[in-house]
Ligand binder design. Structure first.
Ligand SMILES: [Fe+2]
Length: 257
């Protein structure tokens, strides 16, 4: 009998940014091809780092959820800015709001949650909420602190990375977390057995080693800055001492311009 409190070696597939919509056959085909390839890697678990859909519409959410029906292992996913709005900067149109969160919860399910599989705690956060000042942010923060207090190794999943090049970089942009909340996050996760913080959003692979491993995984829709490059997913083989990652590329259906 396996003791569930001792983390077991596991394989996790990490995918991001499928940007599914009922109008975009190319993204759907690439996503389906990627799921097929991912299944062949025999993972124990799937993680999807947001921008599940193009606009977070009900019909898009249905398309996304239907696409997961063939997976025979658990799958956790988080919202991206395309699913429930950009981070709050100055009240611009398209930013996250309580109404958009409500719609996301109706269409997709919880925007933050945690699950334990094989002794590993997977903490899924709504990165768009960070420093939003919305009432939902406080609840997520309390939830996050409770999760970090659990005595076991952890993986954090969220859409927008805390930073791209440096923990001290500027905010005010679309691509990273604001400096104040970033520093709070970096402080709070220190010495809490966080093996990796996984994000997407950048549409290219970016890896940083700081108080944890920060892994922004590649997209499955379009690459940046070149749409036809970089469509890939990662496998992570985790044990208590090592995190081994490998990138698996799919054929892009975008042609070179
Ligand atoms: Fe995206």
């Amino acid at each position: 009998m396996i003791n569930p409190t001792i983390p077991q070696p596991i394989r996790v597939v990490v995918m991001s940014d499928p940007h599914l919509s009922c109008q975009n056959e190319r993204h759907l085909q690439q996503w389906q091809n990627a799921l097929l390839m991912a299944k062949n890697q025999a993972p124990d678990l799937y993680l999807i780092a947001g921008d599940l859909t193009e606009k977070g519409l009900k019909e898009e959410a249905e398309l996304f959820k239907q696409s997961l029906a063939g997976l025979d292992k658990p799958c956790l996913f988080v919202p991206g800015n395309h699913d429930l709005g950009n981070k709050r900067l100055n009240g611009k149109e398209g930013e996250i709001s309580s109404l958009k969160i409500k719609n996301y919860r109706t269409n997709f399910g919880p925007d933050f949650l945690a699950k334990n599989y094989f002794g590993w705690q997977f903490i899924c956060l709504n990165s768009q909420l960070l420093q939003s000042g919305l009432k939902e942010e406080k609840k997520q923060w309390e939830f996050f602190k409770d999760q970090l207090a659990i005595d076991c190794p952890k993986i954090i999943l969220m859409h927008t990375p805390l930073y791209i090049n440096s923990p001290d970089e500027a905010g005010g942009s679309y691509w990273n977390a604001e400096p104040e909340i970033r520093q709070e996050m970096l402080t709070i996760i220190r010495d809490k057995q966080v093996l990796a913080l996984i994000s997407g959003h950048l549409h290219r692979l970016v890896i940083n080693q700081g108080v944890s491993l920060f892994l922004s995984v590649p997209p499955l829709s379009f690459g940046l800055p070149d749409f036809h490059l970089g469509q890939s997913f990662l496998t992570l083989d985790l044990d208590l001492r090592n995190l081994h990652w490998e990138m698996h590329s799919i054929e892009s259906l975008y042609t070179k311009i």
